[in-house]
Design a binder for this molecule. Structure first.
Ligand SMILES: NC(=O)c1ccc[n+]([C@@H]2O[C@H](COP(=O)([O-])OP(=O)(O)OC[C@H]3O[C@@H](n4cnc5c(N)ncnc54)[C@H](OP(=O)(O)O)[C@@H]3O)[C@@H](O)[C@H]2O)c1
Length: 164
């Protein structure tokens, strides 16, 4: 079985989105996301897929979960459940659940690893959140702190957790 990893960017109140969009544009996090997921399978909910500006993300196998069997998109495999999506994968070392809120809530119950970018800000008007990371279940295994700069408006921390 591959390692099932979740990758997410949260703010200081665990918010992840607003009006089917990200909370802010943080180029360093987009670069980090690409470096971690590049070449791997990514699994996402239909709303997250629809929020991507250019459709399927390149150089990754894109799987989208939707209950609507009529939906199809270029360079995407559609599945009716997370279970069906996971069954499609084989022989890979690690795959990534990339959101959004409803898919994270399901996946955190069985995922092996979390890649969490903590954006050091609280955004107003957020409507989607990541579940609480229970420290009795998740052990912090790495932490990298970065300061805001001319391209990235907020401080941000790259955290990695493994299931205990
Ligand atoms: N900060 C981050 O790292 C990050 C990452 C990703 C997304 N986001 C944000 O999260 C928000 C979107 O999250 P969301 O919770 O609204 O939507 P979502 O989880 O992306 O997508 C929800 C849709 O996925 C399908 N789905 C979800 N669970 C399913 C299941 N168990 N079985 C079958 N289908 C299932 C359904 O599609 P149908 O309705 O078609 O059946 C559902 O309506 C946006 O604001 C986005 O920008 C943030």
């Amino acid at each position: 079985m591959p390692t099932i990893s979740i990758i997410v960017a949260v703010d200081q109140r665990n918010a992840i989105g607003r009006q089917n969009n990200l909370l802010c544009h943080l180029p360093a996090d987009l670069k980090y996301f690409k470096s971690i997921t590049d070449g791997h399978t990514i699994i996402m909910g239909r709303r997250t897929f629809e929020s991507l500006p250019k459709g399927a993300l390149p150089n990754r196998r894109n799987i989208v979960i939707t209950r609507n069997k009529d939906l199809q998109w270029a360079n995407v495999e559609a599945c009716v459940s997370l279970k069906e999506a996971l069954a499609l994968t084989n022989g890979e070392s690690e795959l990534f659940i990339i959101g959004g809120g409803s898919v994270y809530r399901d996946a955190i119950t069985f995922a092996d690893k979390l890649y969490v970018t903590e954006i050091q800000n609280s955004f107003e008007g957020a409507d989607t959140h990541f579940p609480e990371i229970d420290k009795d279940i998740w052990r912090l295994i790495s932490e990298e702190k970065h300061s805001a700069d001319d391209k990235n408006r907020f401080d941000y921390h790259f955290l990695t957790y493994e299931r205990i």
